[in-house]
Design a protein around this ligand. Sequence first.
Ligand code: HXC
Length: 510
Amino acid sequence: MKDILDKLEERRGRARAGGGQARIDAQHKRGKLTARERLELLMDKGSFEEFDMFVEHRSAEFGMEKSRIPGDGVVTGWGTVNGRTVFAFAKDFTVFGGSLSEAHAQKIVKIQDMAMKARAPIIGLFDAGGARIQEGVAALGGYGEVFKRNVIASGVIPQISVIMGPCAGGDVYSPAMTDFVFMVRDTSYMFVTGPDVVKTVTNEVVTAEELGGAAVHTTKSGIADGSYENDVECLLQMRRLLDFLPANSEAGVPEWPSHDDLEREEKSLDTLIPDNPNKPYDIKELILKIADEGDFFELQEAFAKNIVTGFGRIAGRSVGFVANQPIVLAGVLDIDASRKAARFVRFCDAFGIPIVTFVDVPGFLPGTNQEYGALIKHGAKLLFAYSQATVPLVTVITRKAFGGAYDVMASKHIGGDVNYAWPTAQIAVMGAKGAVEIIFRADIGDAKKIAARTREYEDRFLSPFAAAERGYIDDVIMPRATRSRIAKALAMLRGKRVEMPARKHDNLPL
Ligand code: HXC
């Protein structure tokens, strides 16, 4: 009997050794943890249950039959994060660069299927070079199986991808189809084809960092939702993110104990809006003062900074915050901001997370750049996303809500359930200067007349009352009372149920 037990331990030991001590040392030298070390940090202590540690590849091409490593480059299983079930797979770069073989794909697919059966989130830790070159189409087929399951799970269970090393090919396409992508700065890269291929095909000389480092994907492409200094910080933040997410689309938002008074008044909000309407202020101050304990998990912080998105809690329950940011481009809606917010709104809607929207938007960004880049279509994404949302929508207009952007930002007309405005709100087709120059063009040479017309326009339209008189705004509220008014609205909306007409699926403007 002892022999048998020893044999098991010996086999487990071989699997745990991955690609060997030299490669583990190289991994550490690069500032990266191993797949198993990462999973230990991600999951509650001692909770990780590993599957398939004895699986080996079956390839005999290019001498591969001589190098079989148990586990075959990916560690899979499930555990708990703050007591809640989470499925995970972590690519082991020390084994064939974490590349995906047929057997490796089957391990991931098994975990994807189990996560779907258990209706629990799945998180992939990527550190891998794509399809295992020696396996050819068997590896490509394996990726196809993974991709298909990413799509079937979309909108059913949360899927998170963390890029923790150089990732190429299928190891970037699968993450691209998941809900969130995070990266580790200086050690992770994402590209379809690496610098060598780029040089061969286009003659461009770029480093891996320039082509697909965290800075590129968090600021330029917007593919990554955030980046962190190192593996440890990244994995701890993933635990924090998971705490905000429902287990699945039907589970409802998690509820955590909160000691933050719902009636808490924030007097400082009464003076948040500067007297000069063209002066900016930081909308994040409002979010931090409204959310329970000021806890806000921001997404895409460095991309399209003119709109802010992220998760917080009110009364211990998750909400999604969407807010125009006046300190960047005056909070205007452009292509990137529309795409960023639309995707976030759709995530929240798919998973039953109520959305709180703060509006201070001067309109859509004019210009050839934007028009040629299909602003119409990208702006429509946000309009579509909000119009389609059936989760509770609570909107507060703090200052400007001009033009089409007024409609788009969760207005009453497209499904806003509770729409409030601060006394400083200005709800109109456009600002006073632009409006007067158009409707009183004949008076343009006469400064006195123009000044009078401007005042007239400001008095009539640059307030919340024209909208409130029509019931488009349910109430004009004191800024200091914003938290309690939102909390009450969300409590009232807890049982919200809206049925959309039956259809195969909608046709989102892509
Ligand atoms: C088999 C691979 C591999 C792969 C890396 N290795 N990628 N083995 N198949 N795809 C092995 C290396 O041979 C090496 O083995 C070990 O992993 C570490 O790799 P290095 O190159 O030494 O590491 P590094 O210099 O850090 O470079 C990492 C890398 C690079 C950027 C990922 O290895 C690379 O470019 N790999 C190929 C990427 C690629 O083109 N993949 C195919 C994509 S196509 P030893 O034994 O020396 O430790 C694809 C199709 C999917 O994925 C479908 C998409 C729609």
